[in-house]
Design a protein around this ligand. Sequence first.
Ligand code: SF4
Length: 360
Amino acid sequence: MRLSRMIKIGGFDNVESVMIGGGGASEPVIQTMWKDSLMPVDIPQAILRINRLKMMGCRLLRFAVPDLEAATVVGELAGSVSMPLVADIHFDYKIALRCLDFPIAKIRLNPGNIPLRSQVKKILSKATSREIPIRIGINAGSLPVDLRKKVDSRILSVADALVQTAERELALFQEFDFQNVVVSIKASSVSETIKANRLMAERSDVPLHLGVTEAGPLIAGVVRNTIALYDLLQDGIGDTIRVSLSDTMEHEVIAGREILNAVGRTQQGVTIISCPRCGRYSFDTHAFIEKWLPALYALQKPLHIAIMGCTVNGPGEARHADLGITGAGSKVLLFRQGEVIRTLDAKDADKAFAEALGIE
Ligand code: SF4
């Protein structure tokens, strides 16, 4: 297990404290990124959604902050929720300085695209005074020109160029005596992501944020991230993860949880067993799962839930689950710990399932 430096995010005002790093001492932190425009944003609805993401296991939420108005909106949100919020900033150091006026818990930037060293210094100085960590985000799509040329001429691999870029940025932070830092090194290639993060893990104790960037739509993105993250996490590399998908934040969080579950790096939450559905089904598992997925992942209990389409495998699987539901001819059966507790019409399934889970 790699023993990375530990850093604290949040822990002030209303913002809860999240620790990143420390290798096996702490579970990798799941994060996602807000995907909607902030101009305008329905603040009460946004707060509800952020709180739901937290219930599902998301512990950090990043916002793109393209201008000073967006900084104010994210600042207002940061003062209204307990999950630490992260401001993602490019090009304009004044936006970073403005974000640091609010209870925003972390800044993500690429120092290479902040034009002047003096501007980076101003950000680091203010972040130091407020004890706010910064993530240096390195992406294969935005390598420095000299390293990009070496990659194009095959003098350097993408992985080596990514690590060299990260080391340049870290050296700049070091010059200004700033240690409160996390690094991400991302490529859209699974193999380059794995290679670059292994290399970085060997050469530094900086906490690493893992993910495959621009990983694609739901299925492709989950597959690519799973391959890359499973491999690295198995080797104890990775302190926080984001499964980047062209899909919802909720699906990014669920994918992150499933990857951490698979690698044994998280406390077990809900485990869903469900049939793929076929022509024999009498209970529509697809529709039921789609409706229930966020609520099930928000349960803070290590429950096994079975959702099955018909009597071929349904009662067998449902009997082994803490709670199971299955189609049975024109009826739906609800099981708890192997016992049928209710026989229902399909139209009553949601209400009965919610009651069995003890939720509204
Ligand atoms: S449980 Fe029934 S509906 Fe589901 S896949 Fe098996 S046979 Fe098909």
